[in-house]
Every structure is written in C-alpha cells, then in structure tokens.
Design a protein around this ligand. Structure first.
Ligand code: FES
Length: 69
C-alpha cells in the first residue's frame, strides 16, 4: 500500500515494478520505493517507508503476505 494514499501500488492489475526493475512503483502518482528498505526516493511521499510484510509460500506455491509488527 502506497504511503501517499492508501492504494495498492499495482492498482490491482499492473506490475508494481519500475521498468528497470530497480524500484517498486506506485502507478497512481509515480512514487518509487527502494527494494531493500522500502523508502520512497521519488514522488509525493519521498522519505516515507513502506510497511514491511512477511511472505510465506505454501506447498502449492501460493504466497501469503502478513503484516509484520
Ligand atoms: S497514491 Fe501512490 S504516489 Fe500517490
């Protein structure tokens, strides 16, 4: 969820990756987030950080994202 407004980065249907694969991209207003720490480096929420999630994969390959405290 973007730190600028509570919207999914992919707007529900697009890849959340920037074209060069170096950042997470919010398609609403173009915020770019670093992959390693989730800090927004370009956009209306520059300096803010994405909330971390834990990712687990079940035996069928389905991924589950869980908010971390
Ligand atoms: S909602 Fe993500 S940059 Fe504005």
């Amino acid at each position: 969820v973007c730190r600028h407004r509570a919207l999914p980065l992919d707007l529900g249907a697009r890849s959340p990756m920037s074209d060069d694969g170096r950042f997470l991209l919010c398609h609403q207003h173009g915020a770019l987030y670093r992959l390693d720490d989730g800090v927004c480096v370009v956009g209306p929420c520059a300096g803010e950080r994405l909330s971390p999630v834990a990712v687990t994969e079940d035996d069928d390959g389905a991924l589950e994202l869980t908010a971390r405290p």
